[in-house]
Design a protein around this ligand. Structure first.
Ligand code: FE2
Ligand code: FE2
Length: 334
């Protein structure tokens, strides 16, 4: 490593000269009103993102300034319509061994290993031998899945969009499902709820690519994480059968129920679920998933908001301004 990172996206100020490496999260060539091409970029590092523009020599730099490239940037940060934007004067591609990669990848605030241990103890607490064998075969015995799970974000940008975010989301949901199963007792099957917590989004480990920046894979775009999750269940049930892990065939009804919980977790046809929830466990997993993703995405939005005062800027997706509590104000002052 020979290039130190000393300026970070979140701390850049208006009129500050910028000379620092960044990772390109997004890159596009656009054409201005005069017909001249310019580049629209989003630069990132572990603290966040900042928009950037290149106005000069676009044909020469467009091939290098691509998504996932590490680049050395020279330019100036300015406010444009209330948002920070770096106007780049010089850009140079860097090799991975010239920089410290962990400066560029957003980390979650949770410790991945301890989250994984929580997940394992939820699996250990399951009672139904069929459901438990299925959970173990994926979350404990399949090393390649465990490795991916410890890295994957839960989304490209909406919620838990950082390393380990998927695991954090799974553990958070399963904890709530544990509480709910205690609350409703015999009305719901705790083990089926747990499988919903574990597997509703498990397809995201292949739906997304997250070596550097996060994007959709071709399989993700063509198939999507709901169907990919169902395919995994089918594959693992076959494996359990061929290894003889259970003294009997995996019960068909249980296989259908867990597949249904996965397929129905987006709740509505227009949100990408081919079936609406048709058992209590599917309904509960859908609602708790919705709750957990909203709490995470809104808290991240409030935390990252840079407007002075008690109110955030407009959240376009939720179509409202959010109130900033004390914890968000303290965060902003630091
Ligand atoms: Fe999902
Ligand atoms: Fe989810």
């Amino acid at each position: 490593m020979d290039i130190q990172k000393n300026q970070f996206a979140k701390q850049l100020k208006d009129q500050e000269m910028v000379s620092s490496p960044f990772l390109i999260k997004y890159s596009a060539v656009q054409v201005g009103k005069t017909g001249k091409p310019y580049m629209n970029l989003v630069l990132m590092d572990r603290t966040g993102e900042v928009e950037a523009r290149i106005w000069e020599d676009v044909p020469q730099v467009a091939n290098h300034a691509v998504q996932d490239a590490f680049v050395m940037i020279d330019g100036k940060c300015q406010l444009f319509q209330g948002r920070k934007q770096v106007v780049i004067k010089k850009i140079q591609v860097l090799r991975e061994d010239q920089i410290e990669t962990k400066d560029f990848i957003a980390e979650g605030t949770v410790d991945v290993e301890s989250e994984y241990q929580k997940l394992v103890s939820y699996v250990d607490s399951m009672e139904d031998p069929d459901y438990k064998t299925l959970a173990r075969s994926i979350l404990i015995e399949d090393e390649s899945i465990v490795q991916l799970l410890k890295k994957a974000p839960a989304a490209k940008s909406v919620h838990h969009a950082y390393r380990g975010g998927l695991l954090e989301h799974m553990v958070s949901i399963t904890g709530m499902l544990d509480f709910i199963s205690g609350h409703y007792g015999r009305l719901v099957c705790r083990d089926l709820l747990f499988l919903g917590g574990f597997f509703h989004d498990i397809g995201k480990i292949w739906e997304l690519s997250y070596d550097r920046t996060t994007d959709y894979t071709t399989e993700g775009r063509l198939i999507g994480h709901l169907v990919m999750g169902v395919e995994l269940i089918e594959r693992k049930v076959h494996e359990i059968h061929s290894k003889g892990s259970l003294p009997h065939p995996f019960p068909e009804e249980k296989k259908l129920l867990i597949k249904h919980v996965i397929l129905a977790h987006h709740g509505r046809l227009e949100y990408g679920s081919p079936k609406r929830p048709k058992c209590l466990e599917a309904l509960i997993v859908h609602m708790i998933d919705d709750l957990d993703s909203k709490v995470n995405s809104i808290s991240q939005f409030v935390k990252n908001d840079e407007n002075p005062g008690r109110w955030t800027g407009l959240h376009r997706h939720y179509e409202r301004f959010f109130y900033k509590p004390d914890w968000a104000m303290e965060n902003f002052e630091n």
